[in-house]
Write a protein that binds this ligand. Sequence first.
Ligand SMILES: O=P(O)(O)OC[C@H]1O[C@H](O[C@H]2O[C@H](CO)[C@@H](O)[C@H](O)[C@H]2O)[C@H](O)[C@@H](O)[C@@H]1O
Length: 380
Amino acid sequence: MDLKSSHTSPVLADPAIMNDSMLGIHPGLLPYSPTGAAFSPALFLTIPRRKPGILDDVRSSAWLDAMKSSSPTHNKITKDSSTDQPSNDNDDAYCNWMLKYPSALASFEQITNCAKRKRLALFLDYDGCLSPIVDNPDLAFMSNSMRGAVRNAAKYFPTAIISGRSRDKVFQFVGLTELYYAGSHGMDIMGPVQPISNDQTKSIRSIDKQGKEVNLFQPASEFLPMINEVFKSLVEITKDIIGAKVENNKFCVSVHYRNVEEKSWTTIGQSVEEILKDYPRLRLTHGRKVLEIRPVLDWDKGKAVEFLLESLGLSNCNNVLPIYVGDDRTDEDAFKVLKEGNRGYGILVSSVPKESNASYSLRDPSEVMEFLKCLVRWKK
Ligand SMILES: O=P(O)(O)OC[C@H]1O[C@H](O[C@H]2O[C@H](CO)[C@@H](O)[C@H](O)[C@H]2O)[C@H](O)[C@@H](O)[C@@H]1O
């Protein structure tokens, strides 16, 4: 998905530049842009309500555009009839794109030159990064070789998984106790116990499954009943749409349409919109063939990275190099945090050109595994 092109879609347009009557799409369905938003100390965002509109056909096509653009089509492999060699329609575009987002493997020396005499911290997204994208989200298993690579990396560098999944679910998939986990797009963080200097009033001491004392940060805890209610309504409203799947990710909900025929995508989008009309404190973001419903909070994967760095005692240090590897739009918040402060590197996992705040790229999870192995070899 080209982030630039998203700004041409009414559903994905920046709310800051939309007027009240524009399309009548529920504000919770628009992506959050912090520009001009008012923050309360409790992290809540104020998003202006818009009057309902009547342009239903325009809204349907807006839904379809938004849903299509959130999941890029993959490279089409064709055969060159003159040589009978496979050729790739999009190779040139990908090579050009890599001039802006060089391969983290090809640029490994450059990255490690920067990491010299610094402490490296690793932040890894799960789906599409450590596990390949598959049709059934319940079967998105990580390979044993990938698990081994992550385990080895965690021996040398503090490592955290930051996922849109519930923290329990992603822990089930990864199964490594030596990592830190942030679920629900960073709204459920289990990190190390540290004196925390910033005002993270919602942090509580807890004990993890291994009996270790940990710090639990759940800024959206009061949304739990609301999320459960919305989850049930979404299950009900989508039950007759073949292929639709609703996943409860604890502090957010995913509505999957990967296995739904394209002609029903608009129905899914509008069903979600219908439900969210009653929940102005929830908003929607788009992922890879998934609509994600989450609290209107000034909290995202970027904030989660900052929180974890602080909990690990690694913030405000010139001798720390955080690296974040992710594939999805929600990972952009983390890329941005690292890029803006020139603090570290975002690595986008993508086999198609996408506009991003990342500094480097990797094609797919197998390259992510190779990159992790390279880091370990370098550190040894
Ligand atoms: O932050 P992530 O760890 O990348 O989680 C984002 C979403 O990932 C999952 O959905 C995606 O992967 C599925 C399995 O490969 C795929 O079927 C789906 O189409 C993708 O969108 C997960 O199921 C969602 O709940 C996460 O929010």
